[in-house]
Write a protein that binds this ligand. Structure first.
Ligand SMILES: N[C@@H](CCC(=O)N[C@@H](CS)C(=O)NCC(=O)O)C(=O)O
Length: 244
């Protein structure tokens, strides 16, 4: 069985965290009453046979049976696909679009395979107090971490580097910026810097900015919370303009 049918939130948490580093995780939200899900379920089964299981993990979620998971991803329609790489949402597809789905899967699963060969996964801890960096991270050269950061800041058009996750921010500043993005209905990918001490410290140099949250749009550093607030005050259409 290559597509795993999610039965509980615990199982979902386990499958999205355990051995997930450098794997592409594809979440497929569906509902029994939605006809387009029938064809997309078949597409998913077929393509899941063709990709290497060590590169991609497919999870199928009945949005009606698991509202707690659908709410986490703010699913308002089905079918809906969420692609996750190293704790970051890198792509979302709303609706039944097999072509778009297959294309995204090809691009992202290749990226996962090469990441698995080259890079290290994020640390599994999300504990704010944990400060030690692992041996693996110490091995990463400056060149390697910069290459990884370059990819990360471009992982989604809007990338938020924050403490914790949007559903569980671990700092008030990060929480506020998530609130602002949601208020402006901006879709964003995120990276929990508490899970990777090397990213946490190196991104400060990379962005030339000492704190988190940090927001990137189209690969360009925008600022922290105060800067984003000021930018919106100056230009209420700030996000639309920055995203152009
Ligand atoms: N005024 C700042 C607030 C952010 C801030 O002070 N963040 C601190 C505490 S959460 C931080 O990231 N410190 C560095 C670190 O924890 O590595 C902003 O506009 O973003």
């Amino acid at each position: 069985m290559t597509v795993v049918e999610i039965k509980s939130q615990d199982q979902f948490t386990q499958l999205t965290t355990t051995n997930a580093a450098n794997k592409l995780i594809v979440l497929y939200f569906k509902a029994q009453w939605a006809d387009p899900c029938k064809s997309m379920s078949q597409v998913l089964e077929a393509v899941s046979e063709k990709v290497r299981q060590e590169d991609v993990r497919f999870l199928s979620i009945d949005a009606d049976k698991h509202p707690e998971i659908s709410d986490l991803f703010e699913i308002a329609a089905v079918p809906y696909f969420v692609f996750i790489q190293n704790g970051t949402i890198v792509k979302e597809i709303s609706g039944a679009d097999p072509k778009e789905f297959v294309k995204s899967l090809e691009i992202l699963s290749n990226a996962s395979a090469s990441l698995a060969n080259n890079a290290k996964g994020p640390k599994s801890t999300s504990d704010e107090e944990s400060s030690g960096s692992s041996d693996d991270e110490e091995d990463e050269t400056e060149e390697e971490i910069n290459a990884r950061l370059m990819k990360l800041v471009q992982a989604a058009p809007v990338m938020l580097f924050m403490k914790g996750s949007p559903s569980e921010p671990k700092c008030g500043f990060s929480r506020q910026l998530v609130g602002i993005l949601r208020e402006h209905q901006i879709r964003f990918g995120f990276f929990d810097i508490l899970r990777d001490e090397n990213v946490r410290q190196s991104l400060k140099k990379f962005s030339d900015w000492p704190t988190f949250p940090q927001l990137y749009i189209n690969g360009e550093f925008q600022g922290g919370l105060d800067i984003i607030k000021e930018s919106i005050e100056e230009d209420p259409e700030y996000f639309q303009h920055a995203l152009q």
